[in-house]
Design a protein around this ligand. Structure first.
Ligand code: 1HN
Length: 349
């Protein structure tokens, strides 16, 4: 029990006067604000695909895309309840579109990415170009581009959505607009952006914004073969193994202005080194299985599990199995690096 000194009472009365005027003393909060290292409110967490998968079919039975606009289960960080956020800057969710359904066209300032998990034959249309999505494809929907999805196949199609929505909300920069029609009329042939921008050549007679990648779809078959070819000649990073970044060919930087995305291969029977960095990472298991040790605790993952590593939490990758382990990931580091906020260290030992 703490005795209230006279000075405490005087201070208390003073703080109340301040509060009435919407003022506050910095000295009582200084140490909570300036922590020696980041103290994310988001916590490490793993969502298991086997728990999520049946709930997606249930959602199809319960709510239409017509009603929902997007039928998505939001991956809510236990430290950020009610915020629709997987980290303080990133959103992640699992979307399902059933045969014959349309997810109507709209646009928003939040940047979005999709990583296809299951099913073949649904399309997404961005800026008038359609792409048929296959498992493992990485598809971008950059800021303020019109986009809609449709499934003309006989099976449900499921993907992981990643957005910078919590960051856009924090910056009070969310704008949203519905498209006047349900779907965009195809304005460009399928594969157009790939032929224009993804062949190491570019149309010399036109320019594109370099704010985000002009490539709509980065196919899994290409990314996966790239990993295998690199693994044949290089051990890769001591922390991430053989890892490739989905780049904007116009800048050499991240595909989206706010989100960086990667595909990585942790070789069979390998234990990589631990490190930590500012910026948070969302991982999704793609092939094989592995372990991410997060803050010293092992999280054994399988295909399509989603895991989150918040800022500055030490983590390392292990693959105790005989097959390569493939992980997709995305991070908010483009929001940190240009402003001197990115730091990385490998704990000594
Ligand atoms: C959105 O527009 C999509 O277009 C998916 O598929 C998830 C989550 C929050 C806000 C907008 C989509 C979203 C979203």
């Amino acid at each position: 029990m703490r005795t209230v000194l006279e000075s405490d009472a005087r201070r208390q009365a003073y703080y109340e006067k301040l509060a009435d005027l919407h003022l506050g003393p910095l000295w009582t909060v200084f140490r909570d604000l300036l922590t020696p290292t980041p103290r994310p409110r988001a916590v490490p967490y793993q969502w298991r695909w086997q728990s999520i998968r049946p709930l997606l079919d249930e959602a199809v039975a319960l709510v239409s895309t017509e009603e929902a606009e997007r039928r998505v289960l939001v991956l809510e960080n236990p430290g950020l309840e009610g915020e629709s956020a997987i980290t303080q800057t990133l959103y992640a969710g699992i979307q399902i579109i059933a045969p014959g359904e349309v997810a109507r066209a709209h646009r928003h300032t939040a940047n979005a990415l999709r990583f296809i998990l299951e099913g073949e034959g649904a399309f997404t249309a961005v800026g008038g170009e359609r792409t048929i999505m296959h498992p493992g494809d990485f598809v971008v929907t950059p800021t303020w581009t019109w986009h809609d999805h449709g499934n003309q196949s006989q099976q449900s199609v499921i993907w992981l959505d990643g957005l910078d929505l919590p960051a856009a909300l924090a910056l009070a920069a969310v704008f949203y607009e519905p498209y006047p029609e349900e779907s965009q009329l195809p304005g460009r042939p399928e594969g157009d952006s790939r032929w224009r921008w993804a062949q190491g050549m570019r149309p010399a007679f036109e320019s594109a914004t370099s704010l985000y990648s002009p490539i709509l779809n980065y196919p899994y078959a290409i990314a996966r073969e790239t990993l295998e070819r690199l693994a044949a000649t290089s051990p890769g990073s001591p922390y991430d193994g053989v890892i490739i970044q989905y780049i904007n060919p116009l800048s050499g930087g991240p595909a989206l202005p706010t989100i960086d995305a990667y595909l990585q291969r942790i070789g069979p029977k390998s234990s990589l080194q631990a490190h930590r960095h500012s910026g948070s990472t969302v991982y999704c298991g793609v092939e094989g299985a592995g372990v991410i040790e997060i803050d010293g605790r092992p999280y054994a993952w399988e295909g399509h599990d989603v895991l989150v590593v918040p800022s500055w939490v030490p983590h390392r990758h292990l693959n105790p199995h005989n097959e390569p382990a493939i992980l997709f990931s995305f991070t908010d580091t483009p929001l940190l690096r240009p402003f001197g906020l990115y730091r990385e260290e490998a704990p000594e030992s």
